[in-house]
Each structure stands twice: as C-alpha cells, then as structure tokens.
Design a protein. Structure first.
Length: 122
C-alpha cells in the first residue's frame, strides 16, 4: 500500500487521511463536528493516491468508507472508534462488493477481523 499522505485540502480528504493513517484524535474531532461524514465515500482521485494500481488505470473508481480504509491498513483504534460512532461495517464497496470485514481479510489483518466481530455483535 502507498505510504504517501493525501493532501488534506477538503474536509472529506482530512477524514479519509485520518482513517488511512490511523490518526484517531483527528478523526474523532472531525466526526464530532461533522457526524454526517461518517459514511462518506472515497472519490476516484483519492483512490489513485491510496492504491498505486489505480494510477495505472487497473482499478476502477470504487466507493468505500473510512472504515474500509482503517480495516485495510490495520488501524485498530480507528476500527474501535468508527463503529462506536455509528459506522456500519456491513456497507459494501462498489467494485468488489466487500465490507470492512472483507477488506481486513483481503489485506491479511486477522486482528481487525476479530475486532470488528467483537465490536459489532454479528
């Protein structure tokens, strides 16, 4: 995964970057001020920065949430905070039809899969 930081010019960019980098304090503050952004979708521009293959055109635009990103990158504290704030871990992305559990499994984060199970009573 790409280790470069997104340019957090927009509110959405700041939320996405906080989830992707595991900056739980910034994420909490942003979501406290803007709870309507809890399930925002990552636009294609940000996707090209998050996943290098998107830059070459091999990944189409995909809608996913901050929880998908936190799960994929293995940020346990963010994965704890988002469902507590009301994030739905069962929202599916538009390309792979994967939820946060599936993203954690795909990126080999078994501790995140278990954390999601523990936090969401499935």
């Amino acid at each position: 995964m790409l280790e470069q930081t997104l340019e957090p010019a927009s509110l959405d960019g700041q939320i996405i970057d906080s989830a992707r980098t595991g900056d739980v304090e910034s994420l909490r503050g942003l979501l406290d001020e803007h709870p309507d952004k809890l399930h925002l979708k990552v636009p294609p521009y940000e996707m090209s920065l998050l996943f290098p293959a998107a830059q070459s055109g091999s990944i189409d635009a995909v809608d996913l949430t901050p929880l998908h990103l936190a799960a994929a990158y293995g940020h346990a504290e963010v994965v704890r905070v988002l469902p507590d704030a009301g994030a739905n871990p069962r929202i599916r992305d538009t390309k792979h039809d994967g939820d946060a559990f599936g993203w954690a499994e795909h990126f080999k984060k078994p501790e995140i899969v278990q954390l999601l199970k523990d936090r969401t009573a499935i």
